[in-house]
Ligand binder design. Structure first.
Ligand code: ATP
Length: 356
């Protein structure tokens, strides 16, 4: 396993003025389970291919345990990769497919056998080991591809590029959990590319969110939820996403349309230094209905949806729609409500980035 460092790493494809990956510096800890999450075109595959060595970056360097591997091809980086579609040998048995990466590295046969059996057990393939791969479905083949990616103990990292695309939704759910267990049991460093937030949040202990070629936040699922570092994270993670409202600083309070909300003095001082248009962000889960109180804001009710386990109330405030998650038993009377924003969960952003 390796600690992976990206130093000023950026990439522009030849002939393009724009960065597919904006120059950035970060560390991926040894033994971590990382999900690289973001919408199509945000640069996930570019970053993964630079880490694997399929692509040489136009700027910066990649270090594995302090060793500069930037110019090394994939086969010299000691990594395993699992792609969107199965890469297995149809003429071989399931056992031989799983054993291939180990035999290729001349591991003694008893070790090959025990490791293949360990992986087969985890992936529920123990009964299939003698079958020829040609008779398997695309889904079964992809599970074997996962096994091939996980079978070596000595890899610097295992890289997955949307590996569950061909898998049926129910099996997908089981596999996500298995991958998490595998990570806990085998302590491999895993990097998993996906555009599916549920996949990322169930699998990873650190989620790396990308937006327009930039890593906008690396954090635990809880940190992404409670303290989004970028408006994109606020909007992309969670359903419904974070409410985002243009606002203005007015002395020691914040103005939302015609209404004001007091701020902690230190926060007001910090916001006064920004000198850019401000955006207030608050998740639907952190707004309460208030009966009174000086901090409460008036809003007009638009609709109330019952989701069975909670309710989503939509209101307008300063001309903008706001969503509030209410407990299932809560009722809403009348056409106007008063809102209470939890101060410690109310974030401020400028140019998309959170003002710390
Ligand atoms: P997807 O989920 O659709 O695969 P992604 O997040 O993996 O998207 P990338 O494939 O890394 O995104 O693409 C990032 C940007 O780089 C996009 O604007 C894309 O058009 C551009 N790009 C990707 N590959 C090339 C290439 N070979 N030449 C030129 N531009 C490219």
């Amino acid at each position: 396993m390796a600690r992976i460092e990206l130093n000023g790493l950026g990439h522009r494809y030849p002939g393009s003025e724009q960065y597919a990956l904006q120059p950035q510096t970060m560390v991926w800890e040894d033994g971590g389970a990382y999900a690289l999450l973001g919408p199509s075109g945000c640069g996930k595959t570019t970053l993964l291919n630079i880490i694997s060595g399929l692509l040489t970056p136009s700027e910066g360097s990649v270090l594995f345990d302090g060793r500069d591997v930037t110019q090394l091809p994939p086969e010299k980086r000691n990594i395993a990769q699992v792609f969107q579609f199965p890469v297995i040998y149809d003429t071989m048995t399931v056992f031989d497919n799983l054993a291939f990466p180990l035999r290729n590295r001349k591991l003694p046969e008893p070790e090959v056998r025990s490791r293949v059996q360990e992986i087969a057990e985890i992936l529920d393939l123990s009964g299939e080991l003698r079958r020829r791969a040609s008779g398997l479905s695309a889904e079964e083949k992809q599970i074997i591809s996962l096994g091939r990616g996980l079978v070596r103990k000595d890899v610097a990292a295992v890289l997955f590029d949307e590996p569950l695309t061909v898998i049926d939704p129910h099996v997908k759910w089981l596999l996500r959990r298995q991958l998490k267990r595998i990570h806990q049991q085998l302590k491999l460093s895993l990097i998993y590319v996906t555009h599916d937030q549920i996949e990322a949040l169930t699998f990873a202990n650190q989620v790396v969110v990308m937006y327009e070629g930039e890593v906008v936040q690396m954090g635990t699922p809880q940190a992404l939820f409670e303290e989004p570092a970028h408006t994109f994270v606020g909007h992309f993670i969670g359903s419904p996403g974070m409410n985002l409202l243009p606002c203005e600083l007015n002395g020691e309070s914040i103005r939302l349309g015609e209404q004001s909300m007091p701020l902690a003095p230190a926060l007001a001082v910090r916001l006064a230094q920004v000198g850019k248009p401000l955006m207030l962000g608050i998740r639907p889960e952190f707004i309460r209905l208030a009966s009174s109180g000086s901090a409460a804001l008036d809003a007009d009710v638009v609709r109330l949806e019952d989701l069975g386990t909670s309710k989503i109330l939509t209101v307008t405030l300063a001309g903008k729609p706001i969503r509030i998650r209410l407990p299932e038993q809560q009722t809403v009377e009348g056409t106007r409500v008063r809102l209470d924003f939890q101060p410690e969960r109310t974030m401020f952003y400028a140019d998309g980035h959170r003002i710390a």
